[in-house]
Ligand binder design. Structure first.
Ligand code: FEO
Length: 394
């Protein structure tokens, strides 16, 4: 995309990556992403907020040419991860007078990851102010959204908060601003689930910290920017602090149909009790959709056959993800089938030390389900319904 103006002398100069389909070699990006970078010109000084992924350096440079930029005084690095810092070496090579500005924790990360010389980096304290002449930047340390060194930058005169990953969405679009809130809600929730949810315990503090600021625009470094900041602040408030909902997430795999028969019966048994079920066949599902379902769910039930004395690896993957993503889940159980014995229950429970869950007695059967097994599934569905009711979710 060519440069676009947010406010007088504030331009978006980053890149849209329409074709990227995987992040960290793990996270699906069905709608691509963007690496947003912002140029602020002032009477005396010029600052660049974040750079772009190194694969998109040429786009950033072209945009700086379009704006006829001959000198950059400061490059603000809100985050050291390479999708935002990766073009720093190229920017410093072209604008050798520029100083990189970041948190004290970010400084050694930039030298370690990108080999930026220490003398090129100025570490700023929380609340520190940098005057550009006509415009003023305020730095707000915001650790763990996404790494320990992350910060926000607030442009006082224009009331713009630059939050880098925080509030972002993996969404390639030609729209500078959010135009379709429903579509962006989906992308932002996927982003929150995959990137921010593991750190949800620190997020209320950051939301509280930005509350007193007058914010007209939230400009993230992924996805379109928010001209109505309340939209994304309200969404985060719900995802982070809202009670879990009357939802069961059911990741499962079936090899020969026994576990599938149990899952199909069990889903109906939950649904007739008014519980929403989100089931994922782990041989085929997008793990981003599973992560999004975990944002609101009260209960996870894992459906697995026994393979080589433990859970099926596809389901083990889902359990591992649930543990590291650290959702608001309250209850868990397991349903599944085995042929001759094993330790899949012990292995599954050992994989979720981060989750403080109440385990509801599982239904693990031998072979294909029989009449008494369906009755056991009915009892499990009723037990989940009662737990949700006691928690005022049903
Ligand atoms: Fe978009 Fe944590 O980098």
């Amino acid at each position: 995309m060519k440069p676009r103006m947010l406010k007088e002398n504030v331009h978006s100069v980053g890149a849209v990556d329409w074709d990227r389909r995987l992040f960290d070699e793990l996270i699906p990006l069905p709608d691509g992403t963007s690496y947003n970078s912002y140029l602020i010109k002032s009477g005396e000084k010029t600052a660049l907020i974040d750079t772009v992924d190194p694969t998109m350096t040429a786009v950033l440079m072209r945009n700086l040419d379009e704006l006829n930029i001959r000198k950059i005084d400061y490059v603000i690095a809100n985050h050291a991860e390479q999708d935002h810092s990766g073009s720093l070496p190229a920017v410093l090579s072209r604008f050798p007078e520029a100083t990189v500005v970041c948190t004290p924790k970010c400084k050694p990360m930039l030298t370690d990851l990108l080999l930026i010389p220490e003398h090129k980096i100025k570490a700023v304290e929380d609340g520190e102010i940098l005057s550009l002449g006509d415009k003023t930047l305020e730095f707000i340390h915001a650790p763990w959204v996404h790494w320990p060194e992350t910060m926000f930058t607030y442009l006082r005169e224009d009331r713009i908060l630059f939050t880098c990953d925080f509030f972002g969405s993996h969404l390639a679009t030609t729209d500078l601003y959010v135009t379709n809130e429903a579509a962006v809600y989906e992308g932002a929730k996927r982003y929150y689930a995959e990137i921010m949810m593991p750190f949800r315990s620190v997020i209320p503090k950051h939301l509280e910290r930005i509350k007193p600021l007058q914010i007209d625009i939230i400009a993230t470094s992924h996805g379109p920017i928010y001209g109505r900041p309340k939209f994304i602040i309200d969404a985060y408030t719900d995802w982070v602090m809202g009670e879990p909902k009357n939802i069961v997430v059911l990741p499962y795999t079936s090899m020969h149909g026994s576990t599938r028969a149990m899952v199909e019966y069990f889903v109906d048994a939950l649904a007739v009790r008014g519980i929403t079920v989100k089931q994922f066949d782990m041989a085929r599902s997008d793990i981003g959709k599973l992560a999004m379902a975990l944002v609101d769910a009260a209960t996870i039930v894992v459906g697995t056959p026994q393979v080589l004395f433990g859970p099926h690896p596809n389901v083990a993957h889902a359990v591992f993800l649930a543990n590291v993503l650290h959702p608001k889940l309250k209850f868990a159980s397991v349903i599944g089938s085995y042929g001759w014995g094993g330790k899949m229950l012990e292995q599954i429970t050992a994989m979720i030390p981060n989750l403080k869950l109440e385990l509801i007695p599982p239904v693990v059967i031998k072979g294909y389900p029989k009449e008494e097994d369906y009755k056991a599934l009915e009892r499990l569905a009723q037990a989940i319904f009662e737990k949700h009711k006691e928690s005022h979710l049903a």
